[in-house]
Design a binder for this molecule. Structure first.
Ligand code: TYD
Ligand code: MG
Length: 459
């Protein structure tokens, strides 16, 4: 019989090789390859095109019951999930340590339990007493939530199978779970995969909504095997700067809904509170015009959020290599914008340090922020403040043109609602002229050069 091949999997990225190496060839992490329990070698002796059962095909338009969603009792959580949690689905909740995953899920589980659903919270990280203390602090100690501290998947599934099927089960976290069917310490790729597989199978068979908490690595991806993300129906990420109060819950993958809706929370003394109108959230107190500050009307799904972009430029006397530091935006994109400003507008940043910050711990990914970033940079460089009540949006091309962006109307509406009186953006002939409501005036600019002229000319 052929000797079963050894398999080594990387604990960082899940990549599998058949030879042990000091460094993972895929993610370049050191000392992360561990041997996986060998799987049975499947040797198909015969052709597979026979001997099976016939599959019955179905029509696409066959009648199906609409998705039964359950409210988690937290409207912002429901919104990020696409309207509630789906029974029989598995949700993976990722996020940095201390961001509030356990708090959010304890609040959701307790609220669901109060509403009458059988809800189970299993913590593999904290003792039951610790969780109880937190529930006490959150004012949820009287919720009929079933709480346990356990790490054995066999014990958990035995217990769950013995009682009536619960509405929701929270497993905090999947990296602490241990399946005795295969060898290896909790948290290794094969353990995480096997534990998740068993738990998800139970959830599907019993129509239970399952929430798995997953740790994230330094670079923000969910630790352990990438396969975990493929196994579950919904991948959510809980983000924010720990030093700031605000948290954003985002769906990265959702088999039952759109991935562009977010939930916004604020972490307070009594746990997470919902922020249902986040558009002003990330604007700092703005009374005096300051050079290097521009407001960008961002969109989160269908919700407008106004964020302040701050730039600081420090001229260097020595010939040292100037620093470029970015918080909340892509550093590659900043390098590109600086290059476009140099090449197309004749500005020079080469001997200056450039710092860019998105206020409030917000993270921007929308390319429509280009123009606002450029405005903040030019304003900082020229030391001329932008008009206080102005917003800036538009994508910048390498040729220095300002391009139209999605949902300009929504952005303008929100800016008008919040009392801004000037919007600078790309010219767009298709825009509904009635959208710019109130006193909001629209200044169209088709090139970065006209932005520079405008900023330089302002008093
Ligand atoms: P936690 O839910 O334990 O984070 P995670 O499970 O993602 O690791 O949240 C931990 C942080 O939240 C902790 O640093 C304290 C803070 N916190 C509050 O500020 N207020 C509260 O009411 C609670 C419960 C936690
Ligand atoms: Mg936790």
């Amino acid at each position: 019989m052929a000797k079963p091949k050894r398999r080594y999997a990387c604990t960082e990225c899940g990549s599998v090789t058949h030879r042990w190496q000091g460094q993972c060839v895929d993610c370049s992490a050191w000392n992360t390859l561990v041997e996986e329990a060998s799987e049975t070698v499947f040797t198909a002796k015969h052709s597979l095109a026979g001997g099976g059962r016939q599959i019955v095909f179905e029509a696409l338009n066959a009648p199906t019951a609409p998705l039964a969603r359950r409210s988690t009792g937290i409207a912002e959580f429901d919104r990020a999930l696409g309207g509630g949690i789906v029974p029989g689905s598995a949700v993976l909740m990722g996020g940095e340590p201390g961001i509030g995953k356990s708090t959010l899920l304890l609040q959701a589980a307790a609220t669901m339990a109060k509403a009458g659903g059988l809800t189970i919270y299993i913590s593999g990280e904290e003792a039951a007493g610790q969780v109880r203390l937190r529930a006490d602090r959150l004012g949820l100690a009287d919720a009929p939530l079933k709480l346990a501290s356990a790490t054995s998947v066999r014990d958990i599934l035995t217990t769950l199978a013995a009682g009536p099927p619960p509405a929701m089960v929270v497993i905090d976290s999947i990296q602490t779970m241990h399946s005795d069917m295969i060898e290896g310490a909790p948290g290794t790729v094969s353990q995480v995969r096997a534990s998740a597989f068993e738990l998800i199978r139970f959830a599907k068979e019993n129509n239970v909504a399952l929430v798995l908490v997953g740790h994230v690595t330094k670079d923000g991806s969910i630790a352990g095997p990438r396969v975990l993300e493929h196994m579950v129906d919904v991948v959510m990420s809980f983000e924010g700067e720990r030093s700031h109060q605000y948290r954003i819950l985002r769906a990265l993958k959702n088999r039952f809904g759109a991935v562009d809706e977010i939930g916004v929370f604020a972490m307070a003394g009594q746990g997470l509170t919902e922020v249902s109108n986040p558009s002003m959230l990330f604007l700092t107190g703005r009374d005096e015009p300051v050079a290097g500050s521009a407001v960008f009307p961002a969109l989160e799904g269908t919700r407008p959020v106004l964020v302040e972009i701050q730039a600081l430029i420090v001229r260097l006397q020595s010939g040292a290599t100037p620093r470029r530091a970015v918080v909340g935006w892509d550093s590659g994109r900043l390098a590109m914008l600086l290059a476009v400003l140099e090449a197309r507008c004749g500005l020079s940043f080469s001997s200056a340090e450039v710092y860019l910050n998105v206020a409030g711990g917000y993270r921007l990914t929308d390319p429509a922020a280009d123009l606002a970033v450029a405005a903040a940079l030019v304003s900082a460089l020229a030391d001329k403040p932008l008009p206080l009540r102005s917003v800036w949006f538009g994508e910048v091309s390498l040729a220095g043109e300002v391009r139209p962006v999605a949902h300009a109307g929504l952005r303008l509406k929100e800016a008008a609602k919040l009392g801004f009186d000037q919007a600078c953006g790309p010219p767009d002939d298709n825009r509904d002229p009635g959208l710019a409501t109130g006193q909001l005036r629209l200044a169209a600019m088709s090139t970065l050069a006209s932005l520079v002229d405008r900023v330089m000319a302002s008093a």
